[in-house]
Design a protein around this ligand. Structure first.
Ligand code: NAI
Length: 326
């Protein structure tokens, strides 16, 4: 089975995975000719539910799905993987303090980082979806010292897609006509939708929309609060759109983004005033299985203030986790 791509997915019994796994099984990450094998990880107490998901994967009769393995052990799930999507995390329950949420997730990602370090292929592509996604990715990376930090990313693509959809609608253009959009920062209400580099057919998107008030007072808060709006409407958090964003993120990373910018949570190299080692939503172009950070952008005025604000929140999460762990 040397040519079969091994994909680990955590939180496999949860609601995002109920959409995600079936799309992976259809071949949406590696394309229609690449056989894949799924390694599903979830907690011991949900293994019965997970067996139901495995039955449904079987009932999908997916020609590319060579094999499905189920485990509650990260070392088994991550052995020799080509890719991993880490969706599993501890959600915030009623009355739970933020510090408890951070501490519980820090422990999950510490253990998974060690497993990744010890058993994964060094060129495996890893995406962290489970919240707080950026800080979880940072912890994962810190506990996988031999695993390249550039192969660990966090998901800001849902925010990117949310912004793209609203902008295309407002500008009356096709989604694919908008180039150079980026969402910076934390996957939280502080994330910053930056349209200052965005264009349509070479023209600034801001000139086409010609409504800065709408950008500041409607678009930015709307994207920031979209997750809450979905919960209020659906009675459950975004799942299919989150799975879709995870597919977009990984598919572009594997197959290329066709020269377009995408937003990815990347381990900072210290550029743009983002402290080195923080995982922060940033612009990237993907080609030939690699991403390249978009460098040397001018960040001025409002954009500078907004980027600093979301980075300050990431620093605060990092310090909160450090205080809890030590
Ligand atoms: P869910 O609660 O339906 O599923 C989570 C699953 O993770 C559960 O099956 C749970 O048993 C499992 N899990 C918990 N601890 C685990 C561990 N140590 N190892 C393996 N599995 C473990 O949640 P849902 O809706 O699927 O969301 C998953 C996560 O994704 C949440 O943290 C959510 O906040 C986050 N999310 C992130 C987004 C982003 O843009 N970065 C967007 C939407 C959701």
């Amino acid at each position: 089975t040397g040519h079969v791509k091994q994909i680990a997915v955590t939180g496999a019994a949860g609601q995002i995975c109920y959409s995600l796994l079936f799309r992976i099984a259809r071949g949406e990450l590696y394309g229609p000719r690449q056989p894949i094998s799924l390694r599903l990880l979830d907690l011991p107490q949900v293994q019965p539910a997970l067996r139901g998901v495995v039955m449904e994967l079987e009932d999908g009769a997916f020609p590319l799905l060579a094999d499905v393995a189920v485990t509650d052990d990260a070392r088994l799930a991550f052995r020799d993987i080509d890719a991993a999507i880490l969706v599993g995390s501890r959600p915030r329950s009623k009355g739970m303090e933020r510090r408890d949420l951070l501490a519980t997730n820090a422990e999950i990602f510490r253990l998974q980082g060690r497993a990744l370090n010890d058993v994964a292929k060094l060129d495996a592509k890893v995406l962290v979806v489970g919240n707080p996604a950026n800080t979880n990715a940072m912890i994962l990376s810190e506990h996988a010292p031999e695993f390249p930090s550039e192969n660990i990313t966090s998901m800001i693509r849902l925010d990117h897609n949310r912004a793209l959809a609203q902008l295309a609608r407002k500008a009356l253009v096709g989604l694919e006509e908008i180039k150079g959009l980026v969402v910076w920062g934390n996957h939280s209400p502080t994330m910053f939708v930056d349209w200052s580099h965005a264009t349509v057919a070479g023209r600034p998107l801001a000139d086409i929309v010609a409504d800065h008030d709408w950008y500041h007072k409607t678009l930015i808060p709307q994207v920031a609060r979209r997750g809450t709006a979905v919960i209020e409407a659906r009675g459950a958090s975004s799942a299919a759109s989150a799975a879709n964003a995870a597919i977009d993120h990984m598919r572009d990373w594997i197959n290329g983004s066709g020269g377009d910018w995408v937003s990815m949570g990347l381990c900072s190299d210290g550029s743009y005033g983002i402290p080195e080692g923080l995982f922060c939503g940033s612009p990237a172009i993907c080609a030939e299985g690699q991403y390249a950070r978009v460098a040397d952008l001018k960040i001025r005025g409002y954009a500078r203030v907004m980027l600093d604000r979301t980075v300050a929140e990431l620093i605060e999460e990092r310090e909160a986790v450090r205080a809890l762990v030590s």
